[in-house]
Design a protein around this ligand. Structure first.
Ligand SMILES: Cc1cc2nc3c(=O)[nH]c(=O)nc-3n(C[C@H](O)[C@H](O)[C@H](O)COP(=O)(O)OP(=O)(O)OC[C@H]3O[C@@H](n4cnc5c(N)ncnc54)[C@H](O)[C@@H]3O)c2cc1C
Length: 460
């Protein structure tokens, strides 16, 4: 029997893979999508969606506790971790079935099984079946890095993959290893749910790749909520005594023992590459990440890599966009765009989002700028909703004409940032934005105010 053949094969049905497949189907391409586990990959099953659902619930819990301030008395507010966990599961299930029905109603051939690369543009599925391709998109994603620390395999030590398991959802106390965005989001969620949190980061600040003021603000907010930060520390050993973990953390010669019920590891994710098989010599990698050119092609002809497995920031929206861009490139020959600037979000209380240049980055580069900062406490909607803890900072070029960066610490920051992102990438002039009215009372008025302040401010 002749070997099956497809014009395009995609390995991995995470956010990159399934969006690439749907895009290819919309072009009428002959496409197959191979997935070994679940449709939806990390973002849908173990990443963005469950974390943001958990954070949403934790924030509602906080709001209910504070509602007596405006005359709403709620009795017996408490957490049922079984219901909470099933709500998170239901949310994932609903979204997953949406993706599944989109795939079913498209012409994508979904193949279940583990794929491995063979020579001559062939793929081995589940060690038996072979399929050939003209073009291949690798979208195999990533998995949590687990440090090689004594005691790391105790049951109470878990990665974000198991964090939404009912047993771990509402701890009395927890140590989070890693102070990047994901560690900080979990720290915020656990502390809103009433846990004592310890967050251990080996660098000298949380969120090391963000503006130092944002890092400091996050640390301050966490400390206020009973979450202790240990900066410059590493975990050296984990023991278990009387059903409790004793986590040893070390900074130079200083040792601290922290007794906790559970520990979450969040120290990064490594690309999944165990599929490379016979193309090991052909596909170049660096630090485990697949190297690609501007059109996301690897060093093997007709083989592309997108999302977490490739040499880019591990973000769901970037993975999706790259995947769609590769399919557009294959279908039309249009070169893939390069995303120099991307918005970044932190689902925290208050919510945070940044885009473009920060004051730190401009000072480092020696570039002059103008800056305007408007406080949420002067915004009508923020005051009426008691969400005055935060600000909007807008950074303009020296001439005060164009926005080059922004920092939002306010409700819905992760939604609003996209508007500023569009202003930046489309180079929309401040005077043109300010020419038109904004609705009232809305949070986004702080952007107008910050822009106007920046426009009038002196050059820094
Ligand atoms: C806790 C957490 C929270 C996050 N929150 C956010 C957020 O709020 N916003 C954001 O933008 N990003 C977030 N991320 C990052 C985001 O989840 C990832 O960047 C994104 O999911 C990567 O998508 P992907 O398609 O590249 O890979 P994945 O989603 O990992 O999908 C890869 C798929 O490939 C399959 N696969 C692997 N090898 C094979 C093989 N050999 N054969 C067949 N199938 C295979 C896997 O089973 C998997 O389904 C978060 C991540 C985590 C862990």
């Amino acid at each position: 029997m002749a070997m099956r053949h497809k014009k395009l094969i995609i390995i991995g049905a995470g956010i990159a893979g399934y969006n690439a497949a749907l895009r290819a189907s919309s072009y009428g391409m002959d496409v197959a999508l191979i997935e070994q586990y679940e449709i939806g990959g990390t973002c849908l099953n173990r990443g963005c969606i469950p974390t943001k659902t958990g954070i949403y619930i934790a924030d509602e819990y906080r709001r209910l506790h504070e509602s007596d301030k405006y005359g709403l008395y709620t009795r017996d507010v408490h957490i049922d971790c079984h219901r909470m966990s099933s709500y998170i599961e239901d949310t994932v299930r609903k979204l997953k079935s949406g993706v599944q029905s989109l795939l079913e109603s498209s012409s994508v051939d979904v193949i279940h099984g583990r794929a491995e690369l063979l020579r001559e543009k062939r793929i081995l599925i589940e060690g038996t079946d072979e399929i050939g391709y003209d073009n291949l998109i690798i979208a195999t994603g990533s998995e949590p890095v687990i440090p090689d620390t004594p005691g790391i395999d105790f049951e109470e030590v878990y990665t974000t993959d198991r964090a939404f398991d009912e047993r771990f959802l509402t701890p009395d106390d927890v140590l989070i290893l890693g102070g990047g965005v994901i560690g900080v989001e979990f720290a915020g969620m656990y502390s809103l749910l009433g846990a004592r949190v310890h967050i251990v980061e080996k660098q000298d600040r949380l969120l090391p790749d963000m503006d130092s003021k944002v890092s400091e603000l996050v640390r301050h907010r966490l400390e206020e909520k009973n979450a202790h930060t240990y900066l410059g520390y590493a975990v050296s050993e984990i023991e278990r005594e009387d059903g409790e973990l004793i986590v040893h953390i070390r900074k130079e010669s200083e040792d601290i023992e922290l007794p906790v019920g559970q520990m979450l590891i969040s120290v990064g994710r490594s690309p999944r590459q165990d599929f490379i098989g016979e193309l090991k010599e052909d596909i170049r990698t660096e630090n485990g990440r697949i190297i690609t050119d501007n059109n996301h092609m690897t060093t093997a002809d007709g083989v592309y890599a997108v999302g977490d497995v490739s040499d880019v920031r591990q973000l769901a929206y970037l993975a999706q966009k790259q995947a769609e861009d590769v399919v557009d490139y294959l279908a039309t020959g249009r070169a893939c765009p390069i995303y120099d600037i991307l918005p970044r979000t932190i689902f925290f209380n208050p919510e945070m989002a940044v885009v473009g240049e920060s004051e730190d980055s401009l000072r480092e580069k020696g570039i002059s700028y103008r800056m305007g900062k408007s406080l949420m406490s002067s915004n009508g909607r923020a005051v009426l909703e008691q969400s005055t803890d935060g600000y909007v900072k807008v950074i303009l070029d020296k001439a005060g004409e164009l926005i080059i960066g922004a920092e939002l610490i306010c409700p819905h920051a992760s939604e609003i940032i996209e508007v500023i992102y569009q202003f930046i990438v489309h180079k929309i002039k401040v005077k043109d934005i300010l020419q038109y009215p904004f609705p009232h009372p809305v949070m986004i008025e702080t952007i107008r105010d910050a822009m106007a302040l920046a426009n009038r401010s002196s050059v820094r």
